[in-house]
Design a binder for this molecule. Structure first.
Ligand code: IPM
Ligand code: MG
Length: 363
């Protein structure tokens, strides 16, 4: 197949990790007989520095033209939180402009790095969670205002916004263990009460084979650590999903290996990015973990290009790379207990390029 792929490296380690994802996709194209054309554009702080805005028109135009978008990360201390234009606005505008309302964040700890998790390995065997985070509504996008003495962020959801993300999550559950956990704060928030009523209305009629559970977000934060194996698909609103997926990443040992896919109504034009940030503290040193970006490329193959075999091949290659001990510093550093991670720790962690090479070798 022929596909146009937009590459938006963004800031910090974004460029280093997307470079490895692009190398992986080039190898996939060569091996499976596809033609991928890569076009790059500026986003986030890099775009602010170059043209004064975090999402330049040219970047949005490329994103709309592309069959899929590969993104690195945005933000950094160079662009302070109280500045008028911020790198993160570029990412949020991009998600909103492209209508990418569902953010899929799979959490599957790799057996070889269970020791890298701060959580006991015995709790982690068999964990396989797909978090579906609503991405274009809620408090992120409600009206905002600020005076010297007061600030307001409005949290708003419409029935239609809830329905479409719940349906997408339920369809994913059908292809998995058929369990859907909807997370809200219905004991306090009106938007959560609406959320819960929509789930209760559409699930029994449209998805009778999916078992549904409702959980309050505070309890969910606890159960994710206490009994992570019990979760299959989680669906939740924007900010709860943002917070819970950083928490859930610890089940996998590091933010550095978790990918994500942001999808809209159609297959084309999805956006694929690691869930980690721009990590300015290690940017430019060639030691960032590229696995989250490479696994995001696998999700791109699966969800936007519908190349399931190719996606599986990339995921298997990352698994083999990890098994072979090609562990970047973030996974190594966490693995203080005996096991693969600790053995690799003696070698202080492989470089970004070496990890990418290990994946190519596996392909
Ligand atoms: C994420 C990030 C973003 C978010 C930031 C960078 C705006 O934390 O993708 O999880 O909050 O959505
Ligand atoms: Mg986040």
């Amino acid at each position: 197949m022929k596909a146009l792929l937009a590459v938006l490296a963004g800031d910090g380690i974004g460029g280093e990790v997307t470079a490895e994802a692009v190398r992986t996709l080039e190898r996939v194209a060569a091996r499976f007989g596809h033609t991928f054309e890569f076009q790059t554009a500026l986003l986030g702080g890099a775009a602010i520095d170059a043209v004064g805005e975090p999402l330049p028109a040219a970047t949005l135009a490329l994103a709309r033209r592309a069959d899929a978008i590969l993104l690195g990360a945005v933000g950094g201390p160079k662009w302070p939180a109280d500045a008028k234009v911020r790198p993160e606005q570029g990412l949020l505008q991009l998600r909103k402009s492209l209508g990418l309302f569902a953010n899929l964040r799979p959490v599957v700890p790799h057996p070889a790095v269970l020791d890298a998790s701060p959580i006991k390995a015995e709790l982690l065997h068999g964990v396989d969670i797909m978090v579906v985070r609503e991405l274009t509504g809620g408090i992120y996008f409600g009206d905002k205002s600020r005076t010297a003495t007061e600030a307001v962020d409005v949290c708003r959801y419409t029935v239609e916004e809830i329905e479409r993300v719940v349906r997408l999550a339920a369809r994913l559950a059908l292809g998995r263990r058929r369990k859907l956990c909807s997370i809200d704060k219905a004991n306090v928030l009106e938007t959560s009460r609406l959320w819960r009523s929509v789930v209760e209305r559409i699930m029994p009629g449209e998805f009778p084979d999916v078992q549904v559970e409702h959980m309050l977000v505070d309890a969910a934060a606890m159960h994710l650590i206490r009994r992570p194996r019990d979760f299959d698909v989680i669906v939740t609103e924007n900010m709860f999903g943002d917070i819970l997926t950083d928490e859930a990443s610890m089940l996998a040992g590091s933010l550095g290996i978790l990918p994500s896919a942001s999808l809209g109504a159609g297959e084309r034009g999805g956006l694929f990015e690691p869930i980690h940030g721009s990590a300015p503290d290690i940017a430019g040193r060639g030691i960032a973990n590229p696995y989250a970006a490479i696994l995001s490329a696998a999700m791109l193959l699966r969800y936007s290009l519908r190349l399931e075999n190719e996606a599986n091949a990339v995921e298997a290659a990352v698994s083999r790379a990890i098994d072979s001990g090609a562990l970047p510093a973030d996974i190594v550093a966490a693995g203080a207990r005996p096991g693969v991670a600790a053995r690799a720790a003696q070698r202080a962690g492989v470089t970004t390029r070496a990890a990418g090479d290990a994946v190519l070798a596996g392909l």
